[in-house]
Write a protein that binds this ligand. Structure first.
Ligand code: GLA
Length: 411
């Protein structure tokens, strides 16, 4: 085994090889150099995602409207046969080395907790999995998706791992099981109380479409997005989301507490999404001020997401954009998950001619997403980058996306 030079984390602004096959070819070569084998290696791609509507609704049972992006995780993998599992990354020196028969049961605080969590989730899923994983494997991760920027690098690596293992070892998982195992890895092992949106957005991606996912009953449909008239731009503040996991988990707990208090007044409600505006208005005074602000965001955001859905289907771009910017204001003022740089980007985007803009993902830093009328991309990008540079002395990276095909093998 030879040690590869560690690469710096991918940036949104990097020029990306237009041919994914070329990138995966280089990734395969890195695998061969690192592990010193060429036989039986297979390569896979798994996208990231950007969320357009339904901010912080998934764990409240609400509807969300994300779309995958064609930046993601590269996976090169080969089966072993001797029960050893070795996990390496292009972006980290530290590697994971385990025995398939004795997987660690608690997280190590390392990047490989995500794929390790997937293995444990698979074993929990079905008794037969342990035997299928028993031979072990070598895997090298890499990719072109910024990590920790609100573009779901974690769901990308988890879904990518289940997808690759399923193909490599013939696990017989259907797409929902692959997504559920990825979710279980993050929730059950890594310890983030995330909702279902991210692995679904990655696992059920379709180019030029957004995913309408109802997180209460876990049903979804693909809605077409008219990229003749519309562009999705993503811009990165470069602000690391250091507090994000703790704060995110706190929002989940706060929403659960708000629901516990309000459900007494709505006996049929199963999740916070079911609480009507009337119930909230009449009984909100029973909540403390922070819980009331969180619940108000959720109740209004549910309504807004349905309005956005209609606007998308009817091609009403102005309403669509307005919903997006209103979501940002609500996440900023009621959910306290924005930051100064995100607010500055959203303001510059809307003043610079975007139809709408908001933080994406959990917030607390990372990326903002913008809806821009086709033809206005250059003008808006210049306004946003210029304003950010004047304020913070650096140029934020921007990229444009039109969905993605989802996890796949690349030959
Ligand atoms: C993170 C979580 C998702 C979702 C978003 C907020 O990305 O992983 O489940 O809650 O935040 O919409």
């Amino acid at each position: 085994m030879s040690t590869l030079p560690t690469l710096s984390a991918p940036s949104l602004g990097e020029s990306v090889a237009s041919d994914l096959g070329e990138s995966l070819g280089a990734h395969r070569a890195a695998f061969e150099q690192h592990f010193g084998v060429t036989e039986g290696v297979r390569t896979f791609f798994s996208p990231g995602r950007v969320n357009l509507f339904g901010g912080h609704l998934d764990y409240n049972g609400g509807p969300v409207l994300p779309t995958a992006i064609d930046r993601g995780t590269f996976v090169a993998i080969r089966p072993r046969g001797d029960g050893e599992i070795r996990m390496a990354s292009r972006f980290a020196e530290v590697q994971g080395s385990f025995k398939a028969a004795a997987l660690p049961v608690s997280p190590r605080g390392e990047w490989f907790d995500y794929p390790l969590g997937v293995l444990l989730a698979l074993v929990r899923l079905e008794d037969s999995m342990a035997a299928k994983l028993a031979g072990g494997f070598d895997v090298l991760f890499g990719g072109n998706l910024p990590v920790g920027a609100g573009l779901s690098s974690s769901a990308s690596i988890c879904v990518g791992t289940t997808f690759a293992l399923n193909a490599l070892l013939g696990l017989g998982l259907d797409p929902v099981q692959r997504v559920e195992a990825a979710l279980d890895a993050e929730r059950g092992f890594v310890g983030v109380k995330c909702g279902i949106m991210d692995p679904y957005a990655v696992g059920f991606a379709r180019p030029k479409h957004v995913l309408w996912l109802d997180c209460k009953d876990e049903t979804f449909e693909h809605l077409p997005m008219d990229f003749e008239r519309l562009s999705i731009g993503v811009v990165d503040t470069g602000i690391q989301r250091l507090l994000a996991r703790g704060e995110f988990n706190r929002r989940v707990t706060e929403c659960a507490a708000a629901f516990e208090a309000l459900r007494i007044h709505a006996p049929d409600a199963r999740v916070l999404r079911d609480i009507s505006r009337t119930v909230l208005t009449e009984n909100g005074h029973e909540l403390d001020a922070d819980l009331l602000r969180r619940a108000t965001h959720v109740v209004e955001e549910v309504e807004r997401t349905f309005v956005a859905r209609e606007a998308l289907l009817s091609g009403d771009l102005e309403t669509l954009g307005r919903c997006m910017t209103e979501t940002h204001a609500s996440l900023r003022d009621r959910y306290d998950c924005s930051c100064e740089e995100l607010d500055a980007l959203v303001e510059a985007a809307t003043k610079g001619g975007a139809l709408g803009a908001r933080l994406t993902g959990a917030g607390f830093g990372g990326c903002a997403v913008m809806l821009i009328a086709a033809g206005d991309e250059q003008r808006v990008s210049e306004a946003v980058v210029g304003d950010f540079e004047r304020r913070y002395g650096r140029r934020p990276p921007i990229a444009f996306f039109q969905g993605d095909e989802g996890p796949r093998e690349i030959h």
